[in-house]
Design a protein around this ligand. Sequence first.
Ligand code: ADP
Ligand code: F6P
Length: 319
Amino acid sequence: MKKIAILTSGGDAPGMNAAIRAITRTAINSGLEVMGIKRGYSGLINGEIFPMDKEYVADIIQKGGTVLMTARCLEFKQEEVRKRAVKILKAYGIDALIVIGGDGSFMGAKLLSDLGVMTVGIPGTIDNDLAYTDYTIGFDTALNTAVEAINKIKDTSTSHERVSVVEVMGRNCGDIALYAGISGAAEAILLPELEFDKNALYRTILDGKSQGRMHNLVVLAEGIGGAIELAKEIEEVTGIETRATILGHIQRGGSPSGSDRVLASKLGAKAVEVLLEGKTSRVIGIRENKMVDDDIDEALAVERKFDQKLYDIAVVLSK
Ligand code: ADP
Ligand code: F6P
């Protein structure tokens, strides 16, 4: 193996640049050539491929987003399109591809490896929805952004003795909501992994009011959604003024946290090591603070386990 390429795919996540830097520097320092592919699989099939050097990745570790840009490329689900991609990689003399993204991006990488390309995936998504790894790049930064926003919302909510409903991202995964809810001392955390009892929520809010609580914070995962409607219903049923805030894409941007930079650096370095060992169709992750590499199919088949214990702690602490 002489030449590898990197692409970022799916939703961007803070820390992707730190991973790009780690891959590039580890590979070049191991004697490999590195190519960058712009705009994910879409750039691959359009031949948006260029040589990367150590200079290209200087001064990017602190930047949010991805310098390689990202895209969603639905055509990549077609086999003939992927076969075209393989020809393009061959034409550039690229022996292996490192894909930074979520499960969809990993599926694309797996299908490319079925066509003979060496591939390795690195988990990059704010959602933390890949079960084989304890954490994904970007989750910690998104969590901290959500917590900072919640702190600010609580200031105004307390001053007006209101209820605040804050909707956070995460697609079908409640991790951002659960972690942000516990960090922001929420009175209620509503997650797609759990049944949601509206009457219990109203009772919590009314009990809090009768005990002299100045505000109520409800953190709602996007996987449930409907923050604006829920705020209206809470106001109607409890008689307490309620406001909804949907944090949205603010959670995807910003300078990555120290933890995300370290995680991305470790995952990037490990991805190159795995390729140098001659392995393919692998994904890198972190479990119990140790770097792991797993077969892509096996990793994608791991069922997500909900952290019931953490949720139970949040409930006890909110009382
Ligand atoms: P994420 O990687 O964050 O889960 P997506 O699910 O949007 O994001 O997937 C990103 C890209 O990966 C898609 O736009 C497509 O190019 C590729 N991809 C997703 N699913 C598949 C699939 N089943 N086969 C081939 N490529 C796929
Ligand atoms: O997967 C990351 C994520 O930000 C999810 O939390 C959210 O559901 C989705 O992407 C939003 O996608 P888009 O940027 O395409 O609106």
